[in-house]
Ligand binder design. Structure first.
Ligand code: CUA
Length: 330
């Protein structure tokens, strides 16, 4: 008896958890597609869910009938051998063929070759951040992909270390980033907005904090962003920011980070040329604010344990100067 109750309780718990997840407003949801690819994947999901539910209800109904009304005659003389042939062979075959058809059609419609964009973006996975390059425009950024709204954008996915997986739930399905090869992919957002993406393949300690943002904006706004990103880094405009640049060099930040326009060409960590224009810090670990940046520089492992950036042993005034400089890199 107690096991029946606990099983019933478990079922209720699963249903509540399901409804709660479906209704979740803050996390990016595949149930709220904002792009053509996600919409088609969503449609396929609902077809599978609908067919699965129908089969479940019919089978459960037959089972209950067998339990409580044994000997009931089914319509169309579906009894004995006939039930096995129709219900166990013909109907499942039809359902599987329908699913196969819908799946092939969806896969075909989502093929990268059929959705070539005018713009190409290279995304390279690192433990635990995303390098983002616009090769034709010679722009490099990190953890943030700006795209023009309403058109497909071609993506080239690669990895610098282990297997990662690129996923923007509201825009498309998942695609792996595999060391030693380039995977074709594409994204399209139908409405302007910020869409959260994440790494969907366990890739080490900070897999959970390997996030990124897709910023979809109208063409003119996107062009403006791109031309701004093409500029070299802003030169220090005050004594404080000049001191900050000196601290950046003295503390060896340049051995891992590139800032174009000054002699900093490290490529182990994210390019910081337009760091201040980005929304997040540490691949989506925190919002890019001055306070968070101070915490990040002094103790990056407090925010993201295990990440590969060493803490910096800078004095208070040095830190203030460094923050002022980094915040000036619009
Ligand atoms: Cu990268 Cu998980």
């Amino acid at each position: 008896m107690s096991s029946i109750i606990s099983r019933k309780f478990l079922h209720i718990l699963i249903i509540v958890a399901f409804l709660w997840l479906v209704g979740c407003q803050t996390a990016p949801s595949t149930f709220a597609p904002k792009g053509t690819a996600a919409a088609q994947i969503g449609r396929l999901w609902w077809i599978l869910f609908g067919l699965g539910t129908a089969v479940y209800l019919v089978v459960m109904g037959l089972m209950l009938l067998g339990l409580f009304r044994p000997g009931t005659r089914l319509p169309f003389a579906l009894n004995g051998r006939r039930l096995i042939i129709v219900g166990g062979l013909i109907i499942p075959l039809i359902i599987l063929i329908v699913i196969y058809g819908f799946t092939l059609t969806t896969l075909n419609a989502l093929a990268p070759e059929k959705n070539q964009g005018l713009l190409t973006v290279e995304v390279i996975g690192h433990q635990w951040w995303w390098e983002v390059r616009y090769p034709d425009q010679q722009v490099t950024t990190a953890n943030e992909i700006h795209i023009p709204v309403g058109q497909p954008v071609t993506l080239k996915l690669a990895s610098d270390d282990v297997i990662h997986s690129f996923w923007v739930p509201e825009l498309h399905g998942k695609r792996d980033l595999i060391p030693g090869r380039v995977n074709d992919f594409w994204l399209q957002a139908d409405e302007p907005g910020e869409y959260w993406g994440l790494c969907a393949e366990f890739c080490g300690t900070q897999h959970a904090k390997m996030l990124f943002v897709v910023v979809a904006e109208p063409q003119a706004q996107f062009d403006h962003w791109l031309s701004q990103q093409q500029q070299p880094a802003a030169a220090p405009a005050s004594e404080l920011t000049q001191q900050g640049l000196d601290v950046f060099i003295d503390a060896d930040c340049d051995s891992c980070h590139t800032i174009s326009g000054i002699d900093a060409t490290g490529d182990f960590g994210p390019d910081l040329t337009h760091f201040a224009s980005r929304l997040t810090l540490g691949a989506g670990a925190v919002r890019n604010t001055k306070g968070a940046l101070a915490g990040w520089v002094v103790d990056p492992h407090g925010i993201k344990p295990g990440n590969l950036m060493p803490s910096s042993d800078v004095s208070g005034p040095e830190l203030q100067a460094l923050l002022a400089y980094l915040e000036s890199l619009e």
